[in-house]
Design a protein around this ligand. Sequence first.
Ligand SMILES: Cc1cc2nc3c(=O)[nH]c(=O)nc-3n(C[C@H](O)[C@H](O)[C@H](O)COP(=O)(O)O)c2cc1C
Length: 216
Amino acid sequence: MTISTDNPGFFDLVGNVRAMRRLKPDHVPQALLDKVLEAGVQAPSGMNTQPWAFVVLRERAAKSWFAERYQAAIDSRFVGADVAGKTNSSFARQWAAVEYQKEHMAEYPLLVLVCGKRDWPFKVPKDQRVGLAPPNYGAVYPCVQNILLACRAVGLGAALTTMHQVFEEELHARFSIPEDYGVVVTIPIGYPLGKFGPVSRKPAREVTYYNGWGKQ
Ligand SMILES: Cc1cc2nc3c(=O)[nH]c(=O)nc-3n(C[C@H](O)[C@H](O)[C@H](O)COP(=O)(O)O)c2cc1C
């Protein structure tokens, strides 16, 4: 799917929201960020509880603090990641972009921490609810996808990242995030260095069954 206009229709847009990890450091106007986050909060949530909140990092000191820990998290989790010998693979291309993101995290104009209020799933009985409940992922992810779509619609690049969970406790302390919220996703946002392009996915037909699993 290729986008032909500056004001793409929904089906053009949805097929062109690739993870954009190479971003310019240029300032993003507040009005654009407002528009994008406003799209985020149009998402559905159980009983319309709207269990999301955003912490936007835009001061250099805050972003550098985050970037330092993000880099360490990636390096500690992907020691010796096997990319050698796969230089032409899509994995190697994606890994190069992840490395770029890791190196440039502090330079991106905006890092948006999308937080979700903690909420026990119904299937966990009350007497088994020990410790902190998980954040309400089910509601936060539609909000995140709206944000990614809105970024694409206004010409901003964005990428969904989750590595912050390695240092989430520190993140809470540094930015005064209350305990009853979890940080679900961090989205670096900025103007793209490269071009937008189509995503690569299996057709829905390949993963759709009728009247029972495996029946196409
Ligand atoms: C639950 C989830 C977690 C993800 N975590 C990360 C992440 O930590 N870092 C990252 O660069 N991308 C992350 N992504 C983005 C995926 O890597 C990306 O969407 C996928 O590889 C497809 O690439 P594309 O969106 O460019 O087509 C995540 C996506 C999802 C849905």
